[in-house]
Design a protein around this ligand. Structure first.
Ligand code: FES
Length: 143
């Protein structure tokens, strides 16, 4: 049911924990199951030099969170903010359709943490960005 990579990142998740005095923190809840993910970023010169996460969620949420942190580490804020749950699940070798909603947590928490940092720095934060989890816009990209 799960790819080897998913099992690897679930049983041995990378970057678990929190960063003291993080530059950006994002926490999101999954509207479909109530699970929660929190992402901490350390940012220097626009580059994500460290990232940690905590997920109170299922195995697929843990695996996608782990992979997402690996994908954004060392990236610029611009590069990291283009992360999508599709890219994360592809990097994991796919997820069963019924678990695709779990991957949204990682994408949303990363974006929320970047936005938190930008707000703290007085930078513009696009307000048109879909939150993907409020359910109001009818976004179906995770289905
Ligand atoms: Fe909630 Fe997977 S079932 S994140």
């Amino acid at each position: 049911m799960y790819s080897e990579k998913v099992m690897d990142h679930f049983t041995n998740p990378r970057n678990v924990g929190e960063i003291e005095n993080a530059d950006g923190i994002g926490q999101v809840g999954n509207a479909k199951c109530g699970d929660i993910m929190k992402v901490y970023l350390k940012i220097e010169n626009d580059i994500i030099v460290d990232v940690k996460f905590k997920t109170f969620g299922c195995g697929a949420a843990v695996a996608t969170s782990s992979m997402a942190t690996e994908l954004i580490k060392g990236k610029t804020l611009d590069e990291a903010s283009k992360i999508t749950n599709k890219a994360v699940t592809e990097a994991l070798g796919g997820l069963p359709p019924v678990k695709m909603h779990c991957s949204v947590l990682a994408e949303e928490a990363v974006i929320a943490a970047i936005d938190d940092y930008k707000k703290k720095m007085g930078m513009d934060v696009p307000d048109t960005r879909c939150s993907g989890c409020c359910g109001k816009c009818g976004d179906t990209r995770t289905e």
